[in-house]
Ligand binder design. Sequence first.
Ligand code: SAM
Ligand code: ZN
Length: 284
Amino acid sequence: MVAAGPVVAPAWRCPVCRSLLSLSGDRRVWSCDAGHDFDVAREGYVNLLLAGQHRSRRPGDSPEMVRARRRFLATGHYDALSEAVAAAAADAIGTTQSAVLLDVGCGEGHHTRALQADVVLGIDVSKVAVASAARAHPAGRYAVASGADVPLADASVDAAVVVFGPAVPGELARVVRPGGAVVAAHPGPSHLQELRALVYPEPHPHEVKPPLRGSARFEQLDAAAVCFPVEVADRDILSDLFTMTPYRWHAPPDMDRRLDEATARPFTTVADVRVTSYRRLRAP
Ligand SMILES: C[S@@+](CC[C@H](N)C(=O)[O-])C[C@H]1O[C@@H](n2cnc3c(N)ncnc32)[C@H](O)[C@@H]1O
Ligand SMILES: [Zn+2]
């Protein structure tokens, strides 16, 4: 266990042998008793993703997507979402004195930095994203790791948040302590529909899929609709918003022209996000 201010932060877990890692006195290396070592990067994060785990079909956000998300979120257009997620997480864990929060698929960390807890942890499979998150948030603890194999001990966090990221129910149930919580932000039916209308001839409403629906290890506590207009006057910002979404994979060849035309006058779209909270049930 490693001290972080007044509260003890959970140690990372070795991705090879799954025993806990400890941080060297000079804070440069995490290592386990079996001799597996993981260097702390210049930005302060540790890469716990093993070589084989990189070869997924979706290896996480590309550097271009991370940069676009960082620039877009820095405009403050999504701050209402950061605040809603942080408030839902605070509500779900109550006023415990020593909360440990984990952001799964934290990206470049904009929403992570808004979380209020003694210890804030973030993981993402994108190394570029984690480097950016760690650089911007020295008080947080970040690791390159997958939400499908979270490098933390069982029941080591009070709550996990997943914002437009991958929710793996089994791993969330393992690392969130019984009685703890998961807060997931996921698209509502009209999320960014005006942006989608630039891409698809007939944009269908998003199907609302609460990520832990049907899991026997969680009960749903709350589901809030967080809807707010996103007014984008700047062509580059709209392009960043587009680039950070999955719609980019469906861009028509003349997408640049469509973005030019859309920003010939102020462009407004709606963020329609569902913030769904769950309690981790005490029974297994
Ligand atoms: C849509 S982005 C959201 C990022 C951040 N939560 C936000 O809202 O700004 C999804 C993130 O999940 C990450 N990701 C994808 N698959 C993952 C996995 N298996 N484990 C952890 N992160 C993953 C991507 O690299 C990306 O940063
Ligand atoms: Zn090990």
